[in-house]
Design a protein around this ligand. Structure first.
Ligand SMILES: Nc1ncnc2c1ncn2[C@@H]1O[C@H](COP(=O)(O)OP(=O)(O)O)[C@@H](O)[C@H]1O
Ligand SMILES: [Mg+2]
Length: 292
């Protein structure tokens, strides 16, 4: 009678699992992470076999790190996550790709691949500035800070740049951008050569030293970064392929890419929408000096 769908229960037992029976399942150690909304797939919970769905922007800290032994699928897992984010969210995705392995995916999603190399004609200008570059400080101050890091990487020996050298570079950066700010048209965007010329004009003997160190990046064989940007860096999905950059240029390349990421972050932030910027950096141990 109790089985029939007539709503009569003649059995007095109400629960299939009593307290004493439940007790054998203790402790309940699985921690579930299953969010809704723009949550992305992050795998299967090894204990409970439930799916892990997370919207990283809603966690306490949205940053992430993928660790693993070589060949264990770190890059693959990043590609999977990017594809998921590309389809589920409106966010921009920028990739720094030192192994040249992301372009098939980026091309399939109609993103922009930028090959930064001495033999390529894709150029990214490290002097690019956008006037939203910083909300608190003046954009030029923050840019000057970036150019200093760049010069430190290029010129700085073991002990880094001397205080006098820093002053000269900072002064010249401001002078160079002053001209641009008076008429902020794209054709007026300064390049490294403008900075080089300005440094040469300074009177201090240290200026000569800096200019000579910069020369190879302006007139010499490492002049990849002495051009105005000629690629679409505003695509929703951008991949900077820096595989062909030699050892000399790789760290500088990573620093320049990071600066482009910062440009994009500030643009997105100034729009005050929910759109975030996701930056993926493969083989990021290579950047340890440029990050410091
Ligand atoms: N989930 C997976 N299923 C099938 N093959 C995978 C998976 N993850 C990675 N691979 C393959 O394993 C190889 C190494 O992966 P990769 O992501 O390049 O490793 P890592 O970046 O950790 O060195 C690649 O050929 C990749 O296609
Ligand atoms: Mg890899």
């Amino acid at each position: 009678m109790s089985c029939l769908p007539i709503g009569v229960n003649q059995i007095e037992i109400q629960r299939g699992l009593t307290t004493s029976a439940t007790a054998i399942f203790v402790p309940f150690t699985t921690q579930e992470l299953f969010q809704d909304g723009e949550a992305l797939y992050y795998g299967i919970n090894a204990v409970s076999s439930n799916m892990i769905m997370v919207d990283r922007k809603r966690l306490k800290n949205p940053n992430g790190l993928i660790l693993g032994t070589p060949g264990s699928g770190k890059s693959f897992s990043a590609k999977r996550e990017m594809t998921n984010a590309f389809l589920v969210t409106q966010d921009d995705i920028i990739i720094c790709d030192p192994e040249g392995e992301y372009y098939p995916l980026v091309q399939a999603l109609h993103g922009q691949v930028i090959r930064v190399s001495p033999n390529s004609t894709d150029y990214v200008n490290p002097m690019d500035i956008n006037l939203n570059y910083s909300e608190d400080e003046s954009p030029v101050s923050l840019k000057a800070d970036f150019i200093l890091s760049l010069c430190e990487l290029i010129i700085g020996g073991k002990s880094g740049l001397e205080p006098v050298e820093k002053t000269i570079i900072d002064r010249c950066v401001r002078l160079v951008y002053q001209e641009y700010l008076q008429n902020p048209a794209e054709d007026n965007m300064p390049i490294l050569e403008d900075l080089y010329t300005c440094i040469l004009k300074q009177e201090e003997p240290e200026a000569k030293r800096i200019a000579t160190a910069l020369e190879i990046y302006v007139k010499g064989s490492l002049n990849v970064f002495n051009h105005r940007t000629n690629v679409d860096i505003s695509n929703r999905l951008v991949c900077f392929d820096i595989k062909e950059l030699g050892k000399q240029l790789k760290k500088i390349g990573m620093l320049v890419v990071q600066d482009q990421v910062w440009n994009r972050v500030t643009v997105n932030r100034a729009m005050h929408t929910a759109k975030a910027t996701r930056y993926y950096m493969d083989e990021f141990h290579w950047a340890r000096r440029s990050v410091a």
